[in-house]
Design a protein around this ligand. Structure first.
Ligand code: HEC
Ligand code: HEC
Ligand code: HEC
Length: 361
């Protein structure tokens, strides 16, 4: 049969108008109550899985998942994911069960995806489903922390989850309206003593009030990108920020100095901290961070966990850290640091007792 090109061209030209017309009269049922047809459901999932698989090919997987960050990710999961997916010992909300598609209980699904695919889903979300993207696209370390947590999900008991996500402070409120509720929210990760519940969380106890307050504001309006702190800071009424800053600043940073993860790097770390690296244009760290009468926006880094220091220096070096109105100073410092320098500095500052260096001005 000969194709009549003229007729085909007319059909193709008119088709979009027919589709537009059908949409305009409201033929497509966008209600979620009746569910999808079986074929539509199959097709949507098929397309979603294929897209995730294909885009995951570009993801560079770290050689080890950051298991040391599981507590932090569990804390974020409780605020940002459990409302739809439920959590160990906590069923999904009735509203989530009426979504189309329904957010699945993740423990049963994790095995179907590899690490790169989970990363892809958690970082970018899934269009047309309600599955949101990570609150910031500027950094990947937090997303990998969540992948490590998801991997630990399938055999996790409710009690273990609650301990990770809530600590000793009890269940957080949906939105922290009072100062007491705000304190419970922060203590889930920062602990009741401000010491931080894992090595990815900074010590707040004894940090200067000005620095804590400015940092909170920077997280809330995304000048300092952190999906975890963005959600935590907007979960709290911001009129409480000054009081929270005051309370953490007033806490005593206690506890013995941390052991060095790699003692062989201590001497080199100390040398950079006190003298800088002239050839790489890196000034001495102590010039800004250790003077007791310094600008109070220059934080105390002595006694911070080495994993935290390392992550922050890497963020500064790539220009993504942000922070207070003085953060550009630190970005300039970090430009000249190599991976080895960062490792050594993180080792060195983690072993110092915290109280040596709190800004008192
Ligand atoms: C507003 C509701 C909502 C929130 C909040 C949410 N998700 Fe989802 N998520 C969904 C829905 C809906 C799907 C199902 C998509 C589908 O079936 O195609 C999904 C799918 C997923 C999947 C793929 C599971 C599978 O096999 O279908 C993972 C993994 C996931 N979400 C992780 C997370 C994580 C981690 C968080 C928190 C950072 C989160 N989600 C927050 C709604 C949500
Ligand atoms: C789910 C865990 C979690 C919760 C809840 C949480 N934080 Fe954080 N907080 C973190 C992590 C992780 C970081 C490090 C962020 C980064 O890597 O930039 C952080 C960083 C901070 C910093 C920056 C400190 C520094 O040395 O730069 C401040 C200030 C802070 N949090 C205050 C709070 C307050 C106040 C609350 C309660 C409203 C709170 N956080 C709730 C996990 C949490
Ligand atoms: C010119 C002053 C200056 C010098 C020199 C300096 N810093 Fe900083 N640093 C800052 C400021 C300001 C901040 C706070 C950035 C913000 O959040 O606004 C900071 C923040 C940091 C943080 C993040 C702390 C936290 O709690 O999040 C680390 C880690 C750090 N500096 C390490 C170093 C190291 C290591 C050196 C030496 C190689 C160094 N700094 C040299 C000014 C300086």
């Amino acid at each position: 049969m000969r194709v009549n090109w003229r007729h085909l061209a007319i059909v193709l030209a008119v088709l979009p108008f027919i589709v537009l017309f059908v949409a305009w009269i409201g033929f497509f049922n966008v209600g979620a109550s009746s569910g999808h047809w079986k074929i539509t459901e199959w097709f949507l999932h098929f397309a979603m899985r294929s897209a995730v698989r294909t885009y995951a090919l570009q993801v560079e997987v770290p050689h080890e998942l950051p298991r040391h960050a599981i507590q932090t990710a569990a804390g974020h999961f409780a605020r940002g994911c459990a409302i739809c997916h439920g959590a160990p010992g906590e069923p999904r909300s009735p509203a989530a069960l009426r979504m189309l598609p329904q957010p699945p209980e993740l423990a049963q699904k994790i095995g179907e995806w590899n690490d790169a695919e989970l990363f892809r889903i958690v970082k970018h979300g899934i269009r047309f489903t309600g599955m949101p993207a990570w609150p910031t696209q500027a950094r990947d370390d937090e997303v990998w922390a969540m992948v490590a947590f998801l991997r630990a999900l399938p055999p996790m008991e409710g009690e273990v989850y609650r301990q990770l996500a809530y600590g000793a402070g009890g269940t957080p409120s949906l939105r922290a309206v009072t100062i007491d509720q705000a304190v419970v929210e922060c203590a889930r990760c920062h602990g009741n003593d401000g010491a931080g519940r894992s090595s990815t969380i900074p010590v707040l106890a004894g940090q200067s009030e000005a620095y804590i307050l400015e940092s909170l504001l920077a997280f809330a309006d995304e000048r300092r990108p952190s999906g975890i702190m963005a959600l935590a800071s907007i979960a709290v009424d911001n009129q409480h920020f000054p009081e929270l800053a005051r309370r953490y600043a007033a806490m005593k940073s206690v506890g013995p100095p941390r052991p060095a993860p790699d003692p062989s790097l201590l001497e080199y770390g100390r040398a950079i901290a006190t003298k800088g690296i002239v050839a790489a244009n890196v000034p001495a760290c102590v010039g800004c961070h250790e003077k007791p009468d310094r600008n109070p926006h220059y934080p105390n880094i002595a006694g911070q966990p080495s994993a935290y220091i390392k992550a922050q220096l890497e963020l500064f070096r790539t220009g993504t850290r942000g922070g207070t109105r003085y953060s550009h100073l630190m970005a300039k410092v970090a430009k000249g640091l190599t991976d080895h320098d960062i490792e050594a500095l993180a080792n060195y500052f983690a072993t110092l007792p915290a109280s040596t260096a709190t800004a008192r001005r």
